[in-house]
Design a protein around this ligand. Sequence first.
Ligand SMILES: Nc1ncnc2c1ncn2[C@@H]1O[C@H](COP(=O)(O)OP(=O)(O)OP(=O)(O)O)[C@@H](O)[C@H]1O
Ligand SMILES: [Mg+2]
Length: 339
Amino acid sequence: MGKEDRDQWIVKCPKCGRIRESCRHVSRDDVRRIIHLLDAGVEVYQAEDEREPPETHVHEAPRPVAQIVTPRFTMADLVLAEATTEGLLDALTELRHKGLMYRRWGLKKVMKKTKGLSLLFAGPPGTGKTMAAEAIASELGRPLHVVNYAQLENMWVGETEKNIEHVFHAALEAGAVLFFDEADAVFQRRGFMATPWMNRDVNVLLAQIENYPGVVVLATNLAKVMDRALDRRVDIAVEFPIPDAALRQKIYTRLVPKEAPLSKDIDYEILAKKYVMSGGSILNVVRQAMRTSLRRGKRHRITMADFTHAAEREMKKSTLMAADHLQEPVRRERIRGYA
Ligand SMILES: Nc1ncnc2c1ncn2[C@@H]1O[C@H](COP(=O)(O)OP(=O)(O)OP(=O)(O)O)[C@@H](O)[C@H]1O
Ligand SMILES: [Mg+2]
C-alpha cells in the first residue's frame, strides 16, 4: 500500500480515537510509521470495518514479550575457531567472577557502577550464533529471552519506548540472558533506516543496553551496517566465521548421530575439504543424506554417495541464495521463527 491509499485506513490513537496527521499522543512521525507498518502487513481495520473495531487493540498496547527459551546447547556442543571460543570464554569468565572483578579488585570504584555485559555475535548464517547464545545461558544456568525483528516490529506504535523498557525489565527480573536476534535490522545505521524503527527508538535501545546490568547478546549477519554508536556499547565482539576444513570435519562427526546406519565408505574429511559451508548447512546435508537413503528403504545404509549428493544440493542452494542477495537489498520476512 502506498501513500495514495492512506485514506482507506483509519489511524486510531489509544487515547483520542480517530486521528489524521497527528494528535497530542501520536506524533506525525508515528503516523508515518503506522503507514510503514501497514506496508509491512501489520493488521489494521479497513474503512468498512469501522463500526466494529476490536476494543482490546485500541485500548491495550500489546506487550511484546521476548520468547523465553530453555537453552538446549552447552559449550561442549559447539565446534568453533579458537578466536571465537576465546571470546565466549572471556564473557563467561567475567560473568562468573563479576563480584571479584568489581568489588575485590576494585573495578566498581573506577567505573562508578557495576556494569552488565554486552556481546556482539557477528557472522554468516548457520555459524552457531544462536547456539552460542544458548550455550552461554546454559553455562550460567539462566533462561534465554529471545527478541527477534518480527517481535520488535510488532511493538505498538507510540508505546515503543515502554515496550523496549518492558523487555529489558522482564529479562532482568528473570535473570535471563537477553538475546537480540537479527540485531542488524534494528541497529541499522541511523539515517539509513529501511525499517519502521525510528532514530528515537534506536536511541532508547542504545541507552537501555548501556545501562542494563544484565547480559545482552546481539546477533547479526551484517556487522558492517550496524550503527557505529553500538561499538562503544559492545563489551566483547565475537566473530563467527565459516568454519575451515578441519572444523567442518569435526562438525560432521558431531552432527551425524551415532545411531545413524552409516556405510563404511563415509569419509568426512573428503566432504569437509571439498564443500565450504557453515555448520547449519552441514546439518542440512546430514538430514538430506538421511532422506535420500530412506527413499531406497529403511534397511539401507547411508552411503558416501548420499552425502555427496546432499552436499552438492546444499552448495547449489547457497549459490542461489547468494545471487538473490546481490540483486536485492536485504529484506526480512515479517514473521520468523526462532532459530
Ligand atoms: N559451530 C558449530 N558447531 C556445531 N554445530 C553448529 C555450529 N554452527 C552451526 N551448527 C549447527 O547448525 C545449526 C544452526 O546454527 P545456529 O542457529 O546457531 O546458526 P546462526 O549463526 O544463529 O544462524 P543465523 O544467522 O541464520 O541465525 C545448529 O543448531 C547446529 O546444529
Ligand atoms: Mg540464529
